[in-house]
Design a binder for this molecule. Structure first.
Ligand code: 6PG
Length: 237
């Protein structure tokens, strides 16, 4: 486990972007699952502004760790945010994005997307293998869209499950543990003081960490990288 703590959100985005650029440079093709929510926006802006011509984007196939069950132009859509802040600003072949279709019936989309992953990703240990899965952590310790009150979904045999946001009831399609932990590398991208306590409990395996889906992230390769700003990492010794 490698923990990178940067001073600000902007510097965290820069540090992560440098890590990503190195990973892409040393591979011919990279299958990456993006996280959603607001944190990745800073990284997309950094990549679009300062890594636009430093990365051979044709090498990268983009997927998602989760998506809200909304149309792709909805302001809640993780795809829309990535398209607005990154894809629309870089030379990325249109066939290189594989969005979860939030407009589809959730249960059908979970099956369709799992099938797409099996078809597109290389296999390892009998499961599809991402080169990199990027994850955020929610204030409640969720990751992707596996929430504490549905933590059992993490151990589903399916690669994708339909989840439900505990407060809003919003349906989500989410990757599950067996494909996330089969990735070559996993990167947690977490900023903000509101995440500091959860980050500490998860890294130190303290408090109620075993109730948090994010604490179940443990890539079989052992290659887990944390990218934190000083606020999110303030309790880490
Ligand atoms: C989503 C996510 C989710 C997110 C965390 C953190 O679709 O919301 O993938 O797991 O990473 O909720 O969200 P913030 O970055 O907005 O704090």
């Amino acid at each position: 486990m490698k923990i990178n703590i940067s001073e600000s959100k902007k510097q965290t985005a820069k540090s992560f972007s440098e890590y990503l650029a190195k990973l892409i440079a040393k591979n011919n093709i990279l299958h990456i699952a993006l996280s959603g929510g607001s944190t990745p926006k800073e990284v997309f802006k950094e990549l679009a502004e300062n890594f636009k011509n430093k990365i051979d984007w044709s090498k990268v196939q983009f997927y998602w760790g989760d998506e809200r069950c909304v149309p792709s132009d909805d302001e809640e859509s993780n795809y829309r945010m990535a398209n607005e802040y990154l894809f629309s600003k870089i030379e990325l072949p249109s066939g290189n994005t594989h969005r979860i279709r939030g407009e589809n019936k959730p249960e059908e989309e979970a099956v369709r997307y799992a099938g797409l992953l099996e078809a597109k990703l290389p296999g390892h240990n009998m499961h599809p293998q991402f080169d990199l899965v990027i994850l955020g952590i929610g204030d409640d310790g969720h990751t992707a869209s596996i929430f504490p009150n549905q933590i059992n979904l993490w151990n589903s045999k399916s690669y994708c499950e339909v989840a439900e946001h505990p407060e809003t009831g919003q349906k989500r399609v989410s990757l599950t543990g067996n494909i996330i932990n089969n990735a070559k590398e996993v990167a947690f991208l977490v900023t903000g003081e509101n995440k500091a306590q959860k980050v500490l409990e998860i890294i130190d395996k303290k408090g109620n960490y075993n109730l948090y889906p994010a604490a179940l992230v443990a890539p079989n390769t052992g290659r887990l990288n944390w990218f934190l700003d000083a606020e999110a990492g303030k309790l880490i010794k």
